[in-house]
Design a protein around this ligand. Structure first.
Ligand SMILES: Cc1cc2nc3c(=O)[nH]c(=O)nc-3n(C[C@H](O)[C@H](O)[C@H](O)COP(=O)(O)O)c2cc1C
Length: 485
């Protein structure tokens, strides 16, 4: 059952024992970060969503860490486990011809489902219960200052909505926004992202402004979909609708030619001038380091609309693991079948928390021909935002990519550094502080698969050490006799 809005999700989290209401007054400057950081990194039973009911300087409650565990991320997308996402997408992508009438109707039903869940425009919505166009101000929002060296306060969990000025196609991205003053925000859409591309098109056609809306809240699938690296021109609200099994309802903005989720909590409307840049940052980023000040566009606010009693959703990023790791894990699980469509030898993939998404991708493959591990590396580097993967480690199909101990053991045993490491140059993440110049640098592929004649390997590859099933059964049976406990 799809959530209507953030409130229904909060109610579900509370019913599942996944939310703690904090009644003590807290400061949005640093204090909420320290509390949330302890909760996200502490023991699993303490890792809960937090609803701060009394935040200094604002009468709005603050919700944080709502996606911050595998369980809560699954609850957000209304699945039993994140792996179910991949299974659902795999069923949709199954292009094999239906064999009988039953299968034909099944396939037709799936495709009709997709047609039914596109976003729908409605006349009005709770996100416009209060409309401020004369003097819109960010002053009343409980926007966090996350880390001590941050340049200021940042909106961190937004759905940033823009349209390609030429094709009119929509993009929704989760890009942080720095508060410059009550009516202007820094727009941190990085070079490789959809919003930045819209801005580039606006610049090319000589448009003076590009309309932008920033929605805060809405149902959790809508919030999360902004972080999903969809191919350009694919509408994130369609993905959210497919995940919810119900269309996302949109209302027209009051001051810009855009639509926003009707059930959002707060909406900030405005425009970006493609010729304007201002210093944004530093900001304590999801790499665990501060991203330093860089020139970024500016969002000029033309209206703020909201519910009468809005809840302000936010997150903090920093040294992993944190809430964003789980948002990325949902992406990894959902997109695995899509990766397999292009690279069918891929069995599984893991982007561990320590690799902060783009630094480390571990992939297992079924190897059949010479150079296949390299083909997978190059294939991944050519797939959307995986172009930014700094290290790709390829292991055999029988290796559990989610078991980092096994991966480290296999990799270090199996590689000959001269033969198995590939270094290429190309685009790197905008947050990569080690690259010699911004956005461009070297990436590494490691082929840690076992080698044999098909790799031109002349020696004998040793077998894994595994006890015989017979002896295992014997020891199982006799275990109590040994008196070991
Ligand atoms: C909590 C969080 C914060 C993020 N902040 C930014 C950001 O400030 N700038 C950015 O370019 N990407 C940021 N991202 C990553 C983008 O949301 C992600 O790359 C997404 O695919 C972008 O959408 P797009 O492909 O439509 O541009 C963030 C992701 C998360 C989960």
């Amino acid at each position: 059952m799809a959530y209507q809005d953030l409130r229904e999700f909060i109610a579900r989290l509370e019913a599942e024992g996944e939310l703690v209401r904090v009644r003590a007054q807290v400061d949005p400057e640093l204090e909420i970060t320290e509390i949330t950081d302890r909760v996200s990194k502490g023991p699993a039973e303490r890792n809960k969503a937090l609803l701060f009911e009394h935040v200094r300087g604002s009468d709005m409650p603050v919700l944080i860490n709502a996606f911050g565990s595998r369980r809560r991320m699954a609850l957000a997308l209304d699945v039993d486990d994140l792996d179910e996402l991949g299974r659902r997408l795999a069923a949709l992508l199954d292009l094999s011809l239906p064999q009988n009438w039953g299968e034909k109707f099944g396939k037709l039903g799936q495709l009709l489902d997709v047609a039914r869940i596109g976003p729908r425009t409605v006349r009005n919505g709770p996100c416009q219960e209060v409309v401020e166009t004369q003097n819109p101000s960010l002053a009343g929002l409980p926007i966090l200052k996350c880390w001590p060296l941050d340049a200021g306060r940042y909106i961190t969990l937004p759905s940033v909505i823009s349209r390609d000025p030429r094709s009119r196609r929509r993009n929704v991205g989760m890009y942080r926004l720095q508060v410059f003053d009550e009516r202007t925000l820094g727009m941190h859409w990085q070079l490789h992202k959809g919003g930045a591309e819209h801005e580039r098109v606006a610049h090319d056609i000589g448009a003076e402004r590009i309309p932008v809306a920033v929605a805060l809240g809405g149902d959790p699938a809508v919030i999360w979909s902004g972080s999903a690296p969809l191919p350009p021109d694919m509408d994130e609200f369609l993905l959210a609708g497919w995940l919810r099994g119900k269309p996302v309802e949109l209302v027209a903005c009051v001051s810009q030619p855009l639509e926003v989720p009707a059930n959002a909590e707060i909406v900030i409307e405005g425009y970006v001038d493609p010729n304007e840049r201002r210093s944004e940052g530093p900001f304590g980023d999801h790499t665990g380091y501060y991203s330093l000040a860089e020139p970024y566009p500016v969002l000029h606010i033309t209206a703020i609309t909201r519910r009468k009693d809005p809840i302000y959703p936010t997150t903090i990023v920093g040294r992993p693991p944190m809430e964003d790791y789980w948002m990325g894990k949902a992406t990894e699980r959902l997109f695995l079948p899509l990766i397999k469509l292009f690279l069918p030898e891929v069995v599984d993939i893991n982007m561990p928390a320590e690799g902060v998404f783009h630094n480390l991708v571990i992939v297992s493959i079924k190897k059949r021909y010479p150079g296949q591990a390299r083909k997978v590396m190059y294939g991944l580097w050519g797939l959307g935002l995986l172009m930014l993967a700094k290290a790709i480690v390829v292991v055999d199909a029988d290796v559990d990519v989610h078991n980092l101990s096994e991966v480290a053991w296999r990799v270090t045993n199996n590689i000959d550094a001269a033969r198995d490491c590939v270094i290429v140059e190309g685009p790197v993440d905008a947050l990569d502080h080690a690259a010699p110049r911004p956005n461009y640098g070297a990436k590494m592929g490691i082929d840690a698969t076992r080698k044999g004649p098909l790799d031109g390997f002349q020696r004998t590859w040793p077998p894994d050490i595994i006890m015989s099933a017979e002896i295992k059964a014997l020891v199982d049976q006799r275990w109590s006799e040994y008196g070991i406990g």
